[in-house]
Ligand binder design. Structure first.
Ligand SMILES: *Cc1c(COP(=O)(O)O)cnc(C)c1O
Ligand code: SF4
Length: 445
């Protein structure tokens, strides 16, 4: 199969769309897709989406814009413009206003996490947690298709500051070499595997050649196994890619492939299975992650089936996230208490081998906060949490408590339990934010 993508301008040409969707449904896609990113491809349309189940099919909801993703007011505003035959520039201007109101830069991504080194800000680098440097290669900032829930959505509609990515492999090597606490470099995007193998190699090989003893793990975050498994099978540089993975292993480093799967349907096809086998053959290990998403995977059965399938194929379940507070969060998010109940029921259904999954986890300003669950302590209903990652490593692993709140969808909605006015990390976090504000931070969530 040759890669062919579709977007807002040509999706009506997809035969399945023409056949299965009403005019109203197509209009909904056009309206929402004018504000939030939309891109799908032939493989997703032909192999992943079950058109007999549309509009409820989870793979359809995962890549085609849904009406409920915009508030009724925003929807109506754009609808009127399109009905009135407004010019593209006018629609874009209104779309940009709506986008700006959807918290496009959550969790201090733009400022707090950008390292300052040798007197300059390293754009395209995020160094939030001590051991792991996140790197956004300049050529890897799109994806083979876009997920409707994506928290990186602003970069796909062109409003994110382009400085968020880097094309400087040498700076990457120098920064890692100079920071002995870094054991992991995580390549992310977008999807770094939209890059040609030789371009990815131009980032990875210098890291290997530099023989940095403290660098142990090279991670690649990618959705390509789901949206374009041909990347590992029939693309003309697929063997080159797999050989690059082998070279990482030969250099004595671990290649951690961080795969995004949201639903068991993504693991069923022959192509994805063959692609997983080929990656496993290189000595890389595939770990899997997903947010818990209303309308897509919010049932214990779907999650348990997904984790079992992953383990059967030789992958390691890693993180189950809470949907982030950006974009169409209200459409996809599941309240923390409900998320924990779903997680727990799924966790109970699988054997210990699948229980490498950690969740539900909020990736938020202070760190990665895991919801441990609801409990009753001396007659009071509370919720328990711990950080799996923290801006301050000393925060990691300490249990803490909030009042019970079954409508909370994010840590900012929570009130500390037992009459405390602040969570234990809050003062220190405020201090970090003030320090960052002094070096001209804005836009903190
Ligand atoms: C999740 C995340 C990491 C990696 O965390 P692990 O727990 O080691 O997988 C690194 N940096 C940022 C900014 C993250 O959000
Ligand atoms: S593959 Fe990842 S970065 Fe790309 S749209 Fe999906 S969630 Fe976002």
């Amino acid at each position: 199969m040759k890669y062919q993508s579709y977007d807002i301008n040509n999706f009506r040409n997809i035969p399945q769309v023409a056949e299965a969707l009403s005019e109203q449904q197509k209009r909904d896609i056009e309206i929402v897709g004018s504000v939030l990113p939309f891109k799908t491809n032939k493989y997703v349309v032909e192999q992943l989406i079950d058109w007999s189940k549309v509009p409820d099919d989870p793979m359809f909801i995962l890549t085609f814009p849904q009406r409920g993703m915009l508030s009724p007011e925003h929807f109506e505003t754009v609808e009127k413009l399109i009905d009135a035959g407004a010019a593209k520039t006018e629609i874009t201007a209104v779309a940009n206003e709506i986008r700006a109101s959807l918290n496009p830069h959550p969790a201090g991504q733009l400022d707090l996490n950008t390292p300052v080194w040798c007197g300059r800000e390293l754009h395209g680098f995020q160094h939030k947690y001590r051991e792991t440097l996140v790197f956004f290669p300049g050529q890897g900032q799109t994806c083979h298709a876009y997920c409707t829930f994506c928290f990186r959505w602003p970069q796909f509609v062109g409003i994110k500051d382009l400085k968020i990515s880097s094309k400087e492999p040498q700076t990457l090597v120098d920064y890692v070499a100079a920071n002995p606490q870094i054991t992991d470099v995580l390549f992310t995007g977008g999807d770094p595997l939209v890059m040609k193998s030789r371009i990815l190699a131009a980032y990875i090989k210098p890291l290997l050649d530099a023989e940095i003893p403290h660098l142990r793990n090279i991670r690649i975050g990618s959705k390509a196994l789901s949206y374009w498994p041909q990347r590992f099978l029939t693309d003309d540089d697929s063997s080159e890619l797999l050989n690059l993975f082998r070279e990482v292993k030969i250099a004595g480093k671990h290649l951690a492939f961080m795969a995004h799967f949201n639903h068991p349907a993504e693991l069923k096809g022959e192509a994805v299975r063959a692609a997983i086998d080929r990656i496993n053959d290189t000595g890389a290990i595939i770990r899997t992650q997903s947010p818990l998403l209303q309308h897509i995977n919010d049932s214990p059965e779907a999650l348990a089936e997904m984790w079992r399938a992953q383990v059967a194929l030789g992958c390691v379940p890693y993180y189950l996230f809470i949907a982030r507070n950006t974009g169409a969060q209200q459409y996809f998010s599941v309240p923390l208490v409900k998320a924990w109940q779903i997680y727990r029921e799924a966790y109970q259904q699988v054997s210990g081998i699948c229980r490498t999954i950690r969740g539900p986890v909020m990736s938020c300003l202070p760190g990665k906060i895991q919801v441990l669950g609801a409990a009753e302590v001396q007659g009071r209903k509370v919720m328990a949490f711990r950080m799996i990652q923290g801006r301050n490593p000393d925060w990691i692993g300490r249990p803490f408590f909030s009042e019970y709140d079954d409508s909370a969808v994010w840590y900012r909605d929570l009130k500390p339990a037992f009459g405390d006015s602040r969570f234990f990390f809050q003062d220190e976090l405020d201090g970090m934010m003030t320090a960052a504000a002094e070096c001209e931070a804005d836009n903190l969530e």
